[in-house]
Ligand binder design. Structure first.
Ligand SMILES: NC(=O)c1ccc[n+]([C@@H]2O[C@H](COP(=O)([O-])OP(=O)(O)OC[C@H]3O[C@@H](n4cnc5c(N)ncnc54)[C@H](O)[C@@H]3O)[C@@H](O)[C@H]2O)c1
Length: 246
């Protein structure tokens, strides 16, 4: 099936590893021109080179620099807001200082990149925005209240962007991963009761397993494809059925 992505200009934040890297690989396999957003590692430029794309160094938490950098990429066909961090703790263990990064990156980072990309998409009268939120954003999260708040904000923001931009033929959709085998998940394994936490995550899914980054990437690429032209404002769980009340 031709997904109509050949030559499409795609920017993926947090593209160097985990789910973001799988998304970059999947777009490249469809012939898209992939711009790999990365914060600091050497993995971003290496992946970009391997995929024949380009690497874009960017800390999405920086408002002005991010807006300008994304606008400077020219007209994007697809923006994937994937960069994210977690920091698991009970809410009473946080201070405003400690939770700041999760809001700056997971919520405001999405706003910054979207503001950078939208004017050119509107002028081009077309574009796809896919935001990698989380099942935590609709279900809540044990020891992840701030993360869930940010991700829930992303879901509502995406629906609003879908409403405002349908007249420009721009779609905006959310993909909500459940537990996915990535460095982020592995870091949880090293926290308190790590293996038990990860096992509980798997058991919270109907399918009783951790997902693979490629399973999330497949949903993102579908939503960016010509086949998804009439889908906007949606929230698609890629979580082995977590959102169904498992
Ligand atoms: N792995 C999971 O179980 C899971 C579940 C639900 C949602 N998610 C979401 O999926 C997305 C990808 O997560 P992952 O598991 O691949 O995590 P990961 O930690 O493996 O990768 C996250 C990427 O985001 C980048 N990043 C972090 N802060 C950044 C910043 N300020 N500016 C630019 N880039 C930054 C990191 O450098 C990294 O490349 C995140 O938004 C995460 O919240 C993951």
């Amino acid at each position: 099936m031709d997904l109509g992505l050949s030559g499409r200009r795609v920017f993926v934040t947090g593209g160097a590893r985990g789910i973001g890297a799988a998304i970059c690989e999947c777009f490249a396999a469809e012939g898209a021109e992939v711009m790999v957003g990365y914060r600091s590692s050497t993995e971003g430029p290496e992946l970009a080179e391997r995929l024949g794309g380009s690497a874009v160094k960017l800390d999405v938490a920086e408002p002005q620099a991010t807006i300008e950098a994304v606008a400077g990429l020219g007209t994007l066909d697809v923006l994937v807001n994937n960069a994210g961090v977690d920091d698991m703790a009970f809410f009473t263990e946080y201070t405003p200082q400690r939770w700041r990064a999760q809001l700056d990156i997971n919520l405001e980072g999405v706003l910054h990149c979207t503001l950078g990309a939208l004017p050119a998409m509107q002028a081009a009268r077309g574009g796809r925005i896919i935001n990698v939120s989380s099942e935590a954003g609709r279900l809540g999260s044990y020891r992840g209240s701030v993360y869930a708040a940010a991700k829930g904000g992303v879901i509502a923001f995406t629906k609003s962007i879908a409403r405002e931009n349908a007249r420009f033929q721009i779609t905006a959709n959310n993909v909500l991963p459940g537990p996915i085998q990535t460095p982020m998940l592995e870091e949880n394994r090293h926290g308190p009761k790590g293996d038990l936490v990860v096992e509980a995550m798997a058991n919270a899914t109907l399918m009783r397993r951790i997902g693979a980054p490629e399973e999330v990437a497949a949903a993102v690429v579908f939503l960016a494809s010509a086949r998804a032209s009439y889908i906007t404002g949606e929230t698609l769980g890629v979580s082995g059925g977590m959102g169904t009340g498992a």
